[in-house]
Write a protein that binds this ligand. Structure first.
Ligand code: ADP
Ligand code: GLC
Length: 483
């Protein structure tokens, strides 16, 4: 099938979180199944500054987008490990900025252009997609565009659209005037009228209304977002479309996240020979300047420091843990000031036990997953979560809140039966987290059980090759082969 895949993040070109991983791994997995996938993303400043091989594919075009005239040209790169083309929309006026996402007044325009450009590039190349696959609010306008302003073009006659929700907490909501500014004034009647009457428009809602199918990144999250508690105002619309709403668990990219051949690890290891794991821990502790304390568990955190991730529970649970137990902690992450301040302060107060690495570092993320004994991810909500899957296959049992994709991938360890792969608390409160931390540290002391627990995780099958067929089946249902 021919698939036009739009994403605001695609690793290694631009990544702020899991969308970047999925934006690369899913197209790669689809291509490996023989599909013709083309990926479109913005050419941010960091793409140009990265060491990527880029070539000019399409010379500048100018689009009238509402009152703005936007010029962009299209560069082409190849997704590493595949021959999937990545089309980079280069429009310095919108994308030559330090960050991928901004609070700037033209954020709606920045991503509206991605939608326009995706479809215009397909036209320029004569690429007739069977499937237009949009991801999150940033590409939520494309399904509507394909059905309205591009409908005259027979190229899109067969095109069916899919919108994948990676996070319903971000909806791309702007003042109603944005409908004109993004160049869709002529189809203003297609937007949700009550929303417009309330003075706003939303990219995500528009996508939910017009995509032929909606997916989200785990079965549990697919159910959760249909409830008022987790739907962030969109649950009613999702319930109305539940017959075309599917939860498909993310996979992990086994070329990137495989402890046996991870280029970021000084000591590769595997379920069959996990001995390298302890050496990675030694190496990390040395690098961090923390004392080597055999028998003392090292907890790891790698995360965006955002409200979603539930670190508020740590304010109470971690100081209590350090009072009661002998543990070490390493945190890699950046984000909201209150979490940065908390982990910074903890590291200052406990210089022999805690390190806070306040930055984004792909190599360190891999090393921490491999070197830690336990991985902490107390998310308030989690559409899928990749880090808990990485930690499982790296032999680092995760401690998680039972929500979204965490509920679908982590099963509570039962030392009696030897079943389970991690530590799960049911209620999002500090008591729950404290209980799970205590259970985890206790389990760590039971050597034999621990090895079994770790082995259960390391032998899990989370690869994309198992998941990609679910997308393929969905695409086929939407766009059956012509006779
Ligand atoms: P989310 O997409 O909500 O941030 P996921 O667990 O799906 O959560 O994906 C997070 C991704 O971002 C993982 O690949 C993780 O390793 C990476 N990541 C998060 N913070 C950092 C950081 N500070 N440095 C390096 N990688 C990070
Ligand atoms: C979002 C979610 C995360 C998910 C990722 C990739 O960032 O927060 O749970 O794993 O997207 O789908």
């Amino acid at each position: 099938m021919k698939i036009l895949f739009l994403s605001s993040e695609v690793a290694p070109f631009a990544k702020t979180g899991g969308l970047g991983d999925v934006g690369a791994a899913l197209p790669r997995a689809l291509a490996a199944r023989g599909h013709d996938v083309r990926v479109v993303m913005p050419c941010y400043r960091r793409v140009l500054e990265g060491n990527h091989r880029l070539r000019l594919l399409i010379p500048p075009m100018t689009l009238a987008v509402g009152p703005a005239r936007l010029s962009f040209d299209t560069l082409e790169a190849t997704l590493p490990g595949s021959d999937v083309p990545v089309y980079l929309v280069r429009c310095p006026r919108l994308y030559d900025r330090p960050n991928v996402y901004t609070q700037d007044g033209d954020e709606h325009l920045r991503f509206a252009l991605l939608n326009w450009a995706g479809l215009r590039i397909a036209q320029q190349l004569g690429f007739a997609p069977d499937i237009l696959h949009a991801n999150d609010w940033q590409t939520g306008l494309a399904p509507l565009m394909a059905k309205t302003v591009f409908a005259w073009d027979r190229l899109f006659e067969r095109t069916r659209s899919v919108l994948t929700i990676h996070n319903i907490g971000h909806q791309g909501t702007f003042p109603a005037s944005a409908v004109h500014e993004v160049g869709l004034g002529i189809t203003a009647e297609s937007f949700h009228q009550e929303e417009l009457a309330r003075g706003r428009m939303s990219f995500m809602l528009t996508g939910l209304l017009y995509a032929n199918a909606i997916t989200t990144v785990s079965p549990t999250y697919a159910r959760e977002i249909q409830t008022p508690e987790h739907g962030v105002g969109l649950d009613g619309y999702l319930r109305a479309r539940r017959d075309v709403l599917f939860g498909i668990l993310n996979g992990i990219d086994e070329d990137e996240w495989n402890p046996a051949k991870d280029r970021h690890l000084p000591h590769p290891f595997s379920a069959d020979d996990p001995s390298g794991k302890a050496k990675n821990k030694e190496a990390l502790l040395r690098e961090l300047g923390l004392p080597q304390r055999p028998g003392v568990p090292l907890l790891g955190i790698v995360s965006r420091l955002a409200w979603q991730k539930g670190f508020d529970l740590c304010f109470e649970a971690l100081p209590a843990l350090f009072m009661q137990r002998d543990v070490q902690l390493v945190v890699l992450g950046s984000g909201e000031p209150k979490y940065e301040a908390f982990f910074g302060e903890l590291a200052r107060r406990l210089p022999n036990r805690v390190r806070f690495l306040n930055r984004f570092s792909e190599p360190l993320a891999h090393l921490i997953e491999a070197a830690s004994d336990l991985f902490l991810m107390p998310s308030r909500y989690e559409p899928c979560g990749l880090n808990q899957m990485y930690s499982l296959v790296y032999g680092t049992p995760p401690i998680v809140h039972r929500t979204g994709g965490l509920a679908d991938t982590v099963r509570r360890w039962n030392p009696m039966t030897g079943q389970g792969n991690g530590f799960v608390f049911d209620h999002f409160d500090a008591r729950g987290l404290k209980w799970a931390l205590g259970a985890a540290v206790d389990a760590y002391r039971q050597r034999r059980g621990w090895n079994r627990l770790r082995d259960n995780g390391m032998r899990s099958r989370f690869g994309w090759s198992e998941r990609v067929v679910e997308y393929e089946d969905l695409y086929r249902k939407l766009c059956p082969p012509t006779a």
